[in-house]
Design a protein around this ligand. Structure first.
Ligand code: ADP
Ligand code: MG
Length: 699
């Protein structure tokens, strides 16, 4: 009954109505009272004082000004039309600029009257102005109390232009709070509140919007952040506990001939200690009788694929089949070749299944899978098709995880009667806190060591005018027997982005290097054409590979030692790191050259500088997370898991870790949350479960 009031559609709130209701829903995702209540301010500003116009400087965030309107003026035409209002106080003048909604604004101001203006100054042509500030006649303003911690809410341009701005949200929330206060139920049991000295949920929700003072704001923030992270961890861990108690896994009880003869006779090098450690962890899992669900992290080139292969041999040794799923056809094909080579001489049947496998071949393959004639299948998404059924699948390895959605992972469960063990490998490292949130239900292994003898790749930054220098360097390298990649960001000319067209690039390179053979690979080629070009490059027939990011992941050509990335400022950090990982695979010194235009955004420069500074994928992933925020990290959006309203997995790492430990502690004693003291927890999980992704689908 009480929960129902918070479920009330937002248009029923006084001051909303159907039109604003629609805007709130569509633009801001606010459909109910509850949604409005949990649309938290992103910042608080001091509205208790007035700034002088002359005080505005580069550090000014939001300022409140008081002055007279001395002029209004319509400037420009059509799309560039703007309405400019000049505000004056005793320290100077400032322009207020409106680009949208001009027809509503233009008659609003009375020249000579005094106004209160609130907004964020920005520098334009050497002068500060404020676009689209909040304004009020001073006489009307004095009625509202001065607010030292005034909430600002995020809105969209569209909602703002139609009056649904931060001010309105604050007004609506202010009127909503007293109405629903008694419906705000506690979600955390008192033993947690007491232990962590957290304030009640009701107090927290009130003070997060309208803090009585700074101390209460901090307490409200702490309480809500903890709660948010805690329930995510509780959900993930409860799922994990449930799975480990109820889901049986194939038992790989022995290490047999395949593994041993591969390890003793076929493996051309010694495993690194990190690889051995991870293999031991996996060995314990797959021998336990429970289904393994493990995330394997390791930097580019740390030898994850080899670990995966040895796990698959464990499966084979115990009479099970195994499969390896890769995100692209190039990568699947390459895995197929390198694994076939590793296994040559061993009596193991390996095959490849991709989108371009022919129908009759496919039929045969399906049969061999079902009657277990085929031991090891490597492929792409094609493995997920319903027609692909295994007779006795024991292990699934998912390589370069970030390209696969959560549902696809779960689908692999149904490939065999007993769910197979699952090993997920990420392409580049992801920060530990992100892994804890995204893959919090998986066990975690890390290869934190590269095979010995690798020379760190040298990375340089050059501007577009330096091409001839770079070409000279390429010539030198190729003359001494090396090969080079040149990567371009887009396939087609884009008028707006002014990017180099890859075919233009290809022609340029052919002209600059008439003495060499050049391969061209991009997304528009058919799979067999791509494969043929890759083979030409791999065999050394071509010296230069001009490509788009189709070569980003996993491609392994040890003789290629130079990676040139054009318009590198257009790439994300993990992409750059992946691309760079294509070199540095042989014995020779490798080089990565990042080309960019002179115009670099702040983030673009940070990305390039980070690449030049370090080769450490874990460090790079931290910078990436900081620059982009968790919502924009590759793979997080489609997962739908990271949908944090207030917590921040970078800044709130300590809270996150604490929340996880507490969730573990509680579930260790009461895995089903049946104890009366945990009743609130199980109730809140059910409530959150209504809104969120179907967590049971996460493997
Ligand atoms: P990634 O972790 O990026 O998938 P790979 O598995 O592709 O790395 O390994 C990169 C290269 O290093 C491969 O050529 C692989 O054969 C080689 N390699 C793997 N493990 C070792 C090792 N212990 N010693 C030497 N080379 C290794
Ligand atoms: Mg790999």
């Amino acid at each position: 009954m009480e929960v129902n009031l918070l479920d009330t559609p937002i248009e029923y709130l006084k001051g909303v109505g159907p039109k604003r209701g629609e805007l709130l829903r569509k633009e801001l995702g606010i459909s109910t009272y509850y949604d409005l209540l949990t649309h938290y301010p992103f910042r608080y500003v001091d509205k208790s004082r007035f700034y002088k116009i002359a005080e505005i400087n580069n550090d000014s965030a939001y300022v409140q000004l008081r002055g007279k309107i001395v002029d209004t003026e319509m400037l420009g035409k059509g799309a560039s039309q703007r309405f400019v209002v000049t505000l004056q106080d005793d320290s100077g003048t400032l322009e207020l600029v409106y680009f949208q909604g001009i027809k509503w604004i233009k008659d609003k101001f009375t020249i000579g009257s005094e106004y209160v203006v609130f907004g964020k100054p920005s520098l334009f042509n050497g002068r500060y102005n404020i676009s689209h500030p909040d304004t009020e006649l001073f006489t009307e303003w004095s009625a509202t109390p001065a607010d030292p911690l005034h909430p600002l809410y995020s809105t969209s341009e569209k909602s703002k232009s139609q009056g649904v701005n931060s001010r309105l949200l604050s007004k609506l929330t202010k009127s909503l709070l007293p109405q629903v206060k008694s419906c705000i139920l506690e979600t955390l049991p008192s033993f947690i509140l007491n232990e962590l000295k957290l304030i009640s949920r009701q107090e927290a929700l009130t003070n997060i919007h309208f803090p009585a003072n700074l101390e209460l704001l901090q307490k409200a923030t702490a309480r809500l952040k903890f709660e948010e992270l805690f329930f995510i961890q509780l959900k993930l861990l409860q799922f994990k506990v449930h799975r480990s108690r109820t889901v049986q896994g194939a038992v790989f009880s022995k290490i047999g001939d395949y593994f041993n003869s591969f390890y003793n006779e076929h493996l051309p090098f010694e495993l690194t200690n990190a690889q051995k450690k991870v293999l031991r962890e996996i060995r314990l899992d797959v021998g336990s009788g429970q289904q393994m669900n493990r995330l394997l992290q390791g930097d580019v080139g740390s030898g994850k694929t080899l670990v995966a292969l040895m796990c698959m041999l464990m499966a084979l040794d115990n009479g099970f089949q195994a499969c390896l799923m890769a995100p692209t056809e190039i990568l699947a094909t390459q895995h197929f070749h390198s694994i076939s080579k590793f296994l040559s001489g061993l009596d193991i049947k390996v095959d490849l299944l991709t989108g371009s496998t022919k129908a009759n071949q496919r039929k045969q393959l399906h049969k061999q899978l079902e009657n277990t004639d085929l031991h090891l299948l490597i492929g792409t998404h094609a493995l997920l098709e319903d027609t692909v059924q295994f007779g006795n699948l024991g292990l699934v390895v998912i390589d370069e995880q970030h390209r696969f959605g959560v549902e696809q992972r779960a689908k692999l469960w149904s490939k065999s009667e007993m769910p197979p063990h699952i090993l997920v490998m990420t392409a580049t490292p992801i920060p530990r806190t992100l892994a804890m949130t995204l893959y919090g239900d998986l066990d975690y292994s890390v290869i934190d060591e590269l095979p010995p003898g690798r020379k760190p790749i040298k990375t340089y930054h050059f501007y577009e005018n330096d091409h001839s220098k770079v070409y000279n360097f390429l010539r030198q390298q190729i003359e001494s027997g090396r090969q080079a990649y040149i990567v371009y960001p887009l396939i087609e000319e884009s008028e707006t982005l002014d990017l180099k067209n890859i075919t233009d690039g290809f022609e340029t390179i052919c002209k600059v290097f008439p003495q060499y053979k050049v391969s061209l690979v991009h997304g528009r080629l058919k799979a067999d054409e791509k494969e043929a070009e890759m083979q030409r490059f791999k065999s050394g027939e071509t010296q230069i590979m001009v490509a788009t990011t189709v070569i980003e992941v996993g491609v392994d050509v040890p003789n290629a030692s130079v990676m040139v990335i054009e318009n590198s400022e257009r790439f994300g950090l993990s992409q750059l790191h992946q691309l760079r990982g294509r070199v540095g695979r042989g014995a020779d010194q490798s080089h990565c050259i990042l080309m960019s235009s002179y115009k670099l955004s702040k983030d673009g420069r940070t990305r390039i500088e980070t690449m030049v500074r370090t080769n450490d994928g874990f460090e790079i992933s931290d910078v990436d997370l900081r620059l982009r925020g968790p919502g924009d990290m590759e793979g997080t959006r489609q997962s739908g898991v990271i949908d944090l309203k207030i917590a921040d997995i970078i800044r709130d790492e300590a809270i996150l870790k604490y929340a996880r430990r507490l969730a573990e502690k509680i579930l260790a004693v009461d895995p089903k949350l049946e104890d009366p003291q945990n009743e609130l927890l199980s109730r809140q999980l059910k409530f959150l479960g209504r809104k969120r992704t179907d967590w049971s689908m996460i493997s």
